[in-house]
Design a protein around this ligand. Structure first.
Ligand code: OAD
Length: 238
């Protein structure tokens, strides 16, 4: 019998950093170069849809050239090989978890390769560039197609499922996230209330590091595979 039966993993931009995708708040992070109020809020989209779509088209080009790294692969291997439940909740909008093989996965902040109609809520796969001239197949309205990503002020996806999983988990692992954006930053508290062991794996101590029972700091491609091997070997002891 493994020590943990139900593992919940939360991932953030730091997990994909070594694949070549920038983070948000590190030096040179996206939010040091762009005003998030302009490019990542519904109000910004209403004011300047072309500017917002150009920002996501730029990000799509960067995403097209990246591949999963050793940390994504280790988490997929954990899901496949662990003799208990493993759920990965990602704040990332890239598809690197899927490409690595993770299947029990929640994209709480949406996905860059999907479009959402701002008028009717219709969602569909969308790999091409976004444009204000494209109409939605659901309602045929023009100008409403936007990336299916959660902006500031919007509710992340599948929160009921997430809170249900947190309330039942016995191990919660937070990887590559600064712990500054809620509700994700508060998941560690829900896991603690459920009685779970809590672990942070991050390049440096996050904002919420004091909430974690255990913390390991270093590059995701090094510390995540090592942690996964411990779990699979039954050797993890806090
Ligand atoms: P942040 O940019 O806020 O934080 C990234 C974290 O990853 C930092 O704590 C870094 O120290 C760490 N990090 C960087 N490189 C790493 C590496 N190689 N290995 C391990 N850790 C590394 O990104 P998030 O916490 O994911 O939301 O940001 C949360 C949300 O804020 C995003 O989902 C996005 C953003 O605004 C929306 O757009 C709604």
């Amino acid at each position: 019998m493994p020590r943990f039966q139900r593992i919940v993993i939360l991932t953030g931009a730091g997990l994909s950093a070594e694949s070549g995708l920038g983070t948000f708040r590190d030096k040179d992070g996206l939010w040091t170069k762009y005003d998030l109020n302009e490019v990542a809020t519904p109000e910004g989209f209403a004011r300047g849809p072309d500017k917002v779509l150009a920002f996501y088209n730029m990000r799509k080009k960067v995403h097209a050239d990246v591949a999963p790294n050793a940390a994504h692969r280790a988490l997929a291997r954990l899901e496949e090989a662990y003799p208990g439940k493993v759920l990965t909740i990602t704040q990332n909008i890239d598809e690197l978890h899927e490409l690595a093989g993770s299947r029990n996965l929640i994209h709480m902040h949406g996905e860059i390769y999907k479009a959402l109609c701002a008028h009717c809520g219709h969602r569909r796969p969308w790999r091409e560039d976004f444009s204000t001239t494209r109409s939605c197949q659901g309602c045929n309205a023009c100008g409403g197609l936007r990336p299916d990503v959660v902006w500031f002020g919007e509710m992340p996806y599948r929160m009921e499922e997430i809170y249900a999983a947190l309330s039942r988990c016995d191990l919660f692992v937070s990887i590559g996230t600064s712990g500054t954006v809620y509700p994700a930053a508060g998941f560690v508290i829900d896991a603690l209330q459920a009685g779970a062991h809590t672990v942070e794996l991050n390049l440096e101590p996050s904002e919420g590091v004091t909430h974690f029972a255990e913390a390991r700091h270093g590059k995701a491609t090094e510390i995540v595979p090592a942690f996964v091997e411990e779990l699979l070997g039954g050797g993890h002891s806090a």
